[in-house]
Design a protein around this ligand. Structure first.
Ligand SMILES: Cc1cc2nc3c(=O)[nH]c(=O)nc-3n(C[C@H](O)[C@H](O)[C@H](O)COP(=O)(O)O)c2cc1C
Length: 197
């Protein structure tokens, strides 16, 4: 069974820095041949506000189906006003109640212009993920002073930070292989045994 990872970029600003950080995580995910990656960019989705009809229901259904079928999710959010971005919250609010994120391991990546980094937003994102029954991984990556970390072309100028961002991806794959996959194969063994008796 292929491991399916969905990434969601929580900034929709043209030229946003969250996508620059996420690009490094995506590059890391591409190193795993057994991992299928679906990056989701919210500016393409026109997500409805909660309770309102979708203008593009097919796209929203596909978004929901993609997340539902994912083995794990990487959420990358900018820090806006001490919290996660409104597009990221809207994306989570469009994933159902109960949430399609439930039971899924989630890697958290936060991006901020300020010196303290995306501490508040990643903590908030962790709380929301826990609330909906997802499994936010203990290691959270917060990029501070992001305008100094990346140049205008999106190249990372800080090797240590690049390494950390890469780990936000590899850590998720590692967690899935060690726990989710192990559980799946145990289930398969038990099912086979049950069929034999
Ligand atoms: C509406 C808004 C609010 C912001 N609030 C914060 C903040 O509270 N703390 C911070 O460090 N940076 C803040 N920023 C700066 C972003 O963190 C910065 O733009 C960074 O590049 C990540 O956002 P981006 O992915 O949209 O580029 C804010 C930016 C916007 C647009």
């Amino acid at each position: 069974m292929a491991i399916k990872i969905v990434t969601i970029c929580g900034s929709v600003r043209p030229g946003n820095y969250t996508a620059m950080a996420l690009n490094i995580a995506l590059d890391e995910l591409a190193k795993f041949p057994d991992v299928e990656v679906t990056p989701i960019y919210l500016e393409k989705l026109d997500l409805p506000l909660p309770g309102l009809a979708a203008q593009n229901p097919d796209a929203i259904e596909e978004f929901q189906r993609t997340v539902k079928e994912a083995t794990g999710v990487l959420l990358a959010s900018p820090e806006y006003h001490g919290g996660i971005s409104s597009p990221m919250k809207l994306a989570i609010d469009n994933l159902g109640f109960p949430s399609m994120l439930a039971d899924k391991p989630i890697s958290l990546l936060g991006v901020a212009a300020g010196v303290i980094g995306a501490i508040k937003s990643t903590e908030q994102l962790r709380a929301i993920c826990s609330h909906v029954g997802a499994i936010p991984l203990p290691m959270v990556v917060s990029v501070a002073k992001v305008h100094q970390v990346f140049d205008a072309d999106g190249h990372c100028q800080d090797a240590d930070m690049e390494n950390l961002i890469r780990r936000s991806a590899s850590n998720l794959v590692g967690y899935i292989k060690d726990t989710v996959c192990a559980k799946i194969s145990l289930e398969e063994v038990l099912r086979e045994q049950g069929e034999r008796h």
